[in-house]
Design a protein around this ligand. Structure first.
Ligand code: UGA
Length: 437
């Protein structure tokens, strides 16, 4: 099938390459010329494990091409819109400028029977509004909403073998046509048993925001428990292990630490609250305000714990922050808790060096005032305290004895609870975790 993918960021670039892998002929379109020329050359414009290999593999088949010209979308039967919906400046609501622009620019190129599919995370009601516009501007086409659940760092696998597909479609024959087309797009994973749910537009939009809200709530729940553990001397990691053994609760996303960040969970819960307010249902989501507040409190707490590690004062202390990305296996620093803590430590008088295997270039753009060092060993040298904030494998596997020979003072704050406290203490370190003694 001929497919167009509008927007070639994390979501779109991975989606375009994955659709080509599934055997389709794909054109990826983006207004960013730099991104498109990278992709045309078979290079991923961001760090995502497995994507460079996938790009090379599918480009050799000739099924994947890229363009900056929307007119090149014409002739495809299914068009996926994968542009971003960031938080609006100074507000909680989502900024739909890119979604609206993408659909409006696409409409003139849609032919009879084409399916325009939104994949971006949008406030509930957006698909119905765009469907009205499509009825006017591209009357022969059908609009569907097919939310994406991929995680950065696992994007290729999550796209090729997702947990489920959700199709939001209109009622009647138009909806049936959209379902048939999407079934053809996803024929391979569907044949392998991936479940698919066919629902109305509003439900499809809400599935995505509800899923991210639930994940954020789970993380903030365990971080709230960490606060209680800190007040009582209990251990939040053991607590998470124990409650996680109940299948109804589950252990995943119960890792206490510096909290969640990134380009999705923080802005999605805020946009959801804003949308609920517009719909007169704000009371239903006031708990998300607390979820957000618990999450933000973790960052302040980590700064406080670092101060305690440094005998009560950060002034003049050399602190090495391990990790800049919002999570491992990613170079994304959007709303990264690690960088936000690093900046706070520096503001409060510490001399901060940040290291990360992949995210330093992006980090420098966000926080040019911080010092960055790509070599872990050099970054660790002569530090008065280490603060682990992104749990890259390399940091989880640090040898306490070897690191002890590099630093000036053996103080470590494990902001993700991924190190073995006993091993570090046995090597003479003053170890602090989150929500654990
Ligand atoms: C999230 C969702 O997990 C995806 O399903 C969704 O498709 C995506 O947003 C999106 O909306 O596009 P992502 O932002 O890539 O994916 O990252 P997550 O793996 O969800 O992690 C988010 C944050 O939570 C990270 O900062 C991570 O360190 C933190 N986290 C995660 C914790 O603090 N504790 C945990 O137990 C798990």
């Amino acid at each position: 099938m001929r497919i167009s993918v509008i927007g070639c960021g994390y979501l779109g670039a991975v989606h375009a390459a994955s659709m080509a892998k599934l055997g389709h002929e794909v054109i990826g379109i983006d207004v960013d010329e730099r991104k498109i020329s990278e992709l045309q050359a078979g290079r991923a414009p961001f760090f995502e494990p497995g994507l460079p290999e996938l790009l090379t593999e599918v480009q050799e088949t000739g099924r994947l091409s890229f363009s900056t010209n929307m007119a090149d979308a014409e002739g495809a039967r299914v068009h996926f819109v994968c542009v971003g919906t960031p938080q609006r400046k100074g507000e909680n609501a989502a900024d739909l400028t890119y979604v609206d622009a993408a659909f409006n620019e696409l409409f003139p190129y849609l032919n009879e029977g084409d399916i325009a599919v939104g994949k971006s995370t949008v406030p509930v009601g957006t698909a119905a509004r765009l469907a009205d516009l499509a009825a006017d501007k591209a009357p022969g086409a059908v609009l569907a909403w097919n939310p994406e659940f991929l995680r950065e760092g696992h994007a290729v696998k999550d796209t090729l073998t997702p947990d489920r597909f959700v199709y939001g479609i209109p009622a009647g024959p138009a909806g049936e046509a959209a379902t048939a087309a999407l079934d053809e797009v996803y024929a391979t994973p569907l044949a392998d048993g991936t479940p698919r749910l066919v629902v109305d537009y509003a439900t499809a939009e809400l599935v995505k925001t509800a899923a991210n809200s639930f994940l954020a709530t789970k993380i903030s729940f365990i971080n709230a428990m960490a606060e209680v553990c800190e007040a009582t001397g209990a251990d939040v990691t053991a607590l998470a292990d124990a409650i996680g053994m109940d299948e109804r609760i589950g252990r995943k996303f119960l890792n206490a630490g510096v909290g969640f960040g990134g380009g999705c969970l923080p802005k999605d819960i805020r946009a959801f609250m804003a949308r609920a307010g517009e719909l007169g249902a704000d009371q239903a989501l006031t708990f998300l305000r607390e979820v957000d507040a618990i999450n933000m409190r973790r960052r302040t707490r980590v700064v406080e714990l670092t101060r305690e590690l440094c005998s009560g004062s950060l002034i003049g202390k050399r602190i090495t922050v391990l990790g800049a990305a919002f999570k491992p296996e990613s170079d994304d620093v959007r709303d990264s808790p690690a960088l936000s803590v690093a900046a706070q430590l520096q503001l409060q008088g510490a001399t901060v060096t940040v290291t990360d295997p992949e995210a330093l270039a992006n980090a420098k753009v966000r926080f040019p005032e911080l010092a960055y060092e790509p070599e872990t060993k050099t970054a660790l040298a002569r530090a008065h305290a280490l603060v682990l904030l992104t749990e890259w494998k390399e940091y989880r596997e640090l040898d306490p004895a070897a690191v002890g020979n590099l630093v000036d003072d053996k103080n470590i704050l494990d902001g993700r609870n991924v190190l073995n406290p006993t091993a570090w203490r046995d090597a003479g370190w003053h170890y602090k975790g989150i929500g654990r003694q």
